[in-house]
Design a protein around this ligand. Structure first.
Ligand code: CA
Length: 377
């Protein structure tokens, strides 16, 4: 084992540069991806190719998708013959959608907002600014009409999608100056994709979309002034603290980014009811497990960032947040005008935000606020 490999496997916070170097090398070397494990049973097996938008072993997102793939194989005692392809191993990250919609592969694991170029409505099935948290989005998808709207959208492309992971509330991002009001965002070049980026643009910033592997270099060189990514656990690995010291919370742009298992619908419906349920169950389990992992690891990573790396934790003030909210309304007006389905999905999401969010305010949020106040947590 090389020194580089030891570094990757042996430390809790692997070097970001080494991580991407190895991830890139793996992508090239693993054009023919390997089967996850030797099958126990070969009879009437179901071949499943999963393509993803994540580099191999990418913490949280990639490792979660890989865990889901392995679970599907293990749950079926190897009857599901799963071949997992990280981004670039079979198709490029953003070609995953077409690979599954066309039937070349059976499933993708991705953030569905990557497909907003095909239909703006996809954004609602990952996260939208001022949208739903993990708890709220699960309730909306399962009991608030969300899954039906998702099915309607996915069905237009020959897909059927399931909840399959979540990052939770994302951090607002890394800045090299204080943001005291929306005025401080003017002229700022920030890596922030999707509708969140459009909100920033309304406030005078210049949003850019960069894949994960290119953000650090751009931040260090000054080509961009700021970036968001995910949260402390993932951001620490990216070493953004070497280039920007102000770490803002809470992010308005991705309050509970859900990850999707997208299945080719005609393939899925050709399977037995039992097999279909196994896929849904494996996906639903990952939805829970990934969120648990983020919640367990973010706090410790945040402490290291502050105590070991001198990061200054900052909270967006009310004035800035109100400006975000106003800009988000302008962005939503454009999204709603794009199609009838987008309009109905927006209406359904905002109803969930009021009804489900209203209950969360009186239950989880009210309790946690009182517990922490009383005990000084
Ligand atoms: Ca993000």
């Amino acid at each position: 084992m090389s020194k580089k490999d030891k570094t990757l496997k042996g430390t809790k916070t692997p070097s970001r540069r080494k991580f991407f170097k190895v991830a890139a090398a793996t992508g090239v070397a693993a054009v023919a991806a390997s089967t996850l494990a030797a099958p126990a049973v070969a009879a009437d097996r179901v071949e499943v190719a999963i393509v993803t938008t994540w580099p191999r072993d990418f913490p949280g997102l990639g490792t979660g998708a890989q865990r889901f793939a392995k679970r599907l194989m293990d749950m079926s005692d190897g009857r599901f013959q799963v071949k997992y392809f990280a981004s670039g191993e079979r198709v490029k990250a953003f070609d995953s959608f077409d690979e599954v919609a066309s039937g070349n592969a059976q499933m993708y694991h991705a953030a569905d907002y990557y497909w907003v170029g095909k239909d703006k409505t996809w954004g609602y099935f990952t996260a939208v600014p001022f949208g739903l948290t993990y708890t709220e989005v699960n309730a909306w998808i399962r009991f608030g009409g969300g899954q039906q709207l998702w099915d309607e959208l996915a069905g237009k492309f020959g897909l059927k999608n399931f909840l399959c992971g979540n990052t939770g509330v994302q951090m607002g991002g890394w800045f090299n100056k204080k943001i005291n009001s929306a005025k401080d965002l003017k002229g700022l070049k920030m890596r922030i994709p999707g509708l969140g980026g459009q909100v920033m643009a309304k406030l005078g910033a210049s949003p850019v979309s960069l894949p994960g592997g290119q953000i650090y270099e751009n931040l260090v060189s000054g080509a961009i002034d700021a970036t968001e990514w995910v949260g402390p656990w993932n951001d620490e690995i990216m070493k953004f603290h070497e280039a920007a010291k102000y770490y803002y919370y809470p992010g308005m742009h991705e309050p509970g980014s859900l990850l999707a298992c997208g299945c080719n619908k005609s393939w899925l419906t050709s399977l037995s009811k039992s097999d279909q349920l196994m896929i849904e169950a494996a996906a639903s389990m990952e939805n829970d497990v990934m969120m648990s992992e983020y919640n367990a690891k973010n706090g410790a990573a945040l402490s290291r960032l502050i105590n070991d790396h001198g990061v200054k934790l900052m909270k967006f003030n009310d004035k800035t947040y109100d400006a975000f909210a106003g800009a988000a309304e302008e962005v939503f007006a454009e999204v709603v005008a794009s199609s009838d389905l987008a309009a109905r999905t927006h209406k359904s999401m905002t109803k969930a935000r009021k009804d489900i969010g209203g209950w969360a305010k009186l239950s989880d949020q009210a309790y946690v606020a009182q517990r922490n106040r009383a005990l000084g947590v």
